[in-house]
Design a protein around this ligand. Structure first.
Ligand SMILES: [Fe+2]
Length: 276
């Protein structure tokens, strides 16, 4: 028997992408509430960028950024077992892998040992905490803090996440999303976001359950298929400079980070500290 499909359209920089999920995976009973208001961190609500849902912060100088990138080049070269580490550049990652290897590599890079990125993480965290007078604490639900190195190969449709909100998973609801772009085309792509979408009411979103398929690939986070009264999910692709960091509410719709570059792998470090 054919499985029934539900479709939506994502728009990035004027390009349409079709997304399919299984109709049976959609949540039927929609709640009439704004999750960020109820389950989000109260501290975030008082910040000057909260209504917009995101902010871009200068953290590293250009030379500091290059140092960070070098460190990450070395880390990834180790995982890839590249002997001549000095010549490896993360921008060329796609030349050193294929679809099958990539899945093995991301199993390792989505669960980084935090000590390796300690100095980078520390500087980002202290900049944010000082600027906004907030502090971070240990996530009480998770056993360990996470740091992810996200790798998106040029045009890699299999490297994408669906449009989603991390806050749908209860252990991220009181966290802050931090996205630091390491490599890629800074002119053409970063992490797509939908400004102000953290304040969308659940009754206006068509969403799957967690652990379902989008375009044939299974994801932990629920896929957001549609926004009521909008023909497409229109994403904004914020322009970041090397050394800047994108900070956003865990309820802001983001993802579907298609890499428009033809030559460079986009990579980014992700942190999700809990706001205390
Ligand atoms: Fe996410």
């Amino acid at each position: 028997m054919l499985k029934k499909i539900a479709s939506g359209v994502v728009n990035l920089r004027g390009h349409d992408f079709k997304i399919n999920v299984l109709k049976k995976d959609l949540i039927k009973k929609k709640k009439n509430l704004i999750l960020a208001e109820i389950h989000g961190s109260d501290k975030l609500k008082s910040l000057n960028w909260f209504r917009k849902g995101y902010v871009i912060i200068d953290v590293f100088s250009r030379s500091e950024h290059l140092k960070n990138k070098k460190k990450i080049n070395g880390y990834l070269a180790n995982i890839l077992k590249i002997k001549k580490k000095k010549i490896f550049d993360i921008e060329n990652y796609h030349h050193f892998t294929n679809d099958k290897n990539h899945l093995e590599i991301v199993k390792q890079t989505r669960n980084l040992e935090p000590q390796f990125f300690d100095s980078i993480q520390k500087k980002i965290f202290s900049k944010i905490c000082n600027k906004y007078k907030i502090s971070f604490e240990k996530n009480k639900i998770l056993e360990k803090e996470i740091a992810i190195l996200r790798l998106n190969r040029p045009g890699g449709i299999k490297d994408l996440n669906p449009p989603h909100r991390d806050g749908y998973l209860n252990y991220w609801a009181k966290s802050l999303n931090i996205w630091y772009m390491i490599s890629g085309s800074f002119n053409s792509c970063s992490l797509p976001i939908v400004p102000k979408s953290h304040l969308y009411n659940e009754k206006n979103l068509t969403v799957t359950k967690p652990g379902c398929f989008m375009n044939g690939i299974k994801y932990n986070v629920p896929t957001i298929l549609k926004i009521t009264r909008k023909k497409k999910i229109f994403f904004k692709v914020p322009k970041l400079k090397p050394g800047q960091v994108l900070v956003f509410s865990p309820f802001l719709i983001h993802g579907f980070g298609y890499n428009f570059s033809k030559k460079k792998t986009r990579s980014a470090l992700e942190f999700r500290p809990m706001v205390s």
